[in-house]
Design a protein around this ligand. Structure first.
Ligand code: HEC
Length: 170
């Protein structure tokens, strides 16, 4: 089976190459990549649990402030490394939006795509505000992110929101 895949891959590359050389005379746009080149073996559930939620949790744990037995504490990073790390987590959120929109994962070509795009946009806002060390904008991006998560869950899997709610209350 792996040999078969490698041959298919080579074949696709050859076709792509010929297409590119054919079209080069008319315009210099590269030929479109075929759908079969996406690896969608991770389920939506796995993307949520293994990719998106860990990154989003780090963003949420790094914005705003808390008041506990030790007093008032700001959660924002205090070093460049800290902000750079948040930028990287936000980048994971941006790309998770693209991953969810791939054929084979997207549940429809309608609201699902809008939520996926909204996810990426919230991630971009978090990246930009982390790069600018803008605490207020970073906090707002976190709130925007949270509302995209809950809106999509409400539409496609309302049980998830109940679980979220319980975690928050703990
Ligand atoms: C485009 C829609 C969409 C967006 C946006 C979305 N989710 Fe989900 N999420 C789902 C769906 C659908 C499921 C149910 C998957 C399943 O169990 O098959 C799910 C399930 C989950 C689960 C449960 C995973 C498990 O182990 O059962 C978690 C946790 C989760 N999402 C977190 C998040 C977080 C955090 C965000 C935002 C940062 C988010 N999701 C944004 C659609 C979305």
């Amino acid at each position: 089976m792996p040999v078969f895949h490698i041959r298919t891959g080579l074949f696709a590359l050859t076709v792509l190459f010929s297409l590119t050389t054919c079209t080069q005379e008319q315009n210099s746009q590269p030929a479109a990549v075929t759908v079969s080149s996406y690896n969608t073996s991770l389920s939506v559930q796995e993307i949520m649990a293994l990719v998106l939620e860990p990154a989003a949790d780090i963003l949420w744990d790094s914005g705003g402030w808390i008041l506990d037995s030790t007093g008032y504490r700001e959660l924002y990073p205090t070093t460049d490394e800290g902000w750079d790390y948040l930028q990287a987590q936000a980048a994971i959120v941006v790309e998770s939006g693209n991953s969810l929109a791939l054929p084979g994962r997207a549940e429809d070509n309608d609201a699902w795509m809008i939520f996926s795009e909204g996810l990426s946009q919230a991630g971009v806002n978090a990246m930009e505000s982390a790069a600018a060390r803008d605490e207020e904008a970073f906090f707002q991006a976190g709130a925007q992110l949270y509302s995209v998560c809950t809106a999509c869950h409400q539409a496609y899997n309302p049980d998830i929101n109940n679980r979220f709610g319980n975690e928050e209350a703990d």
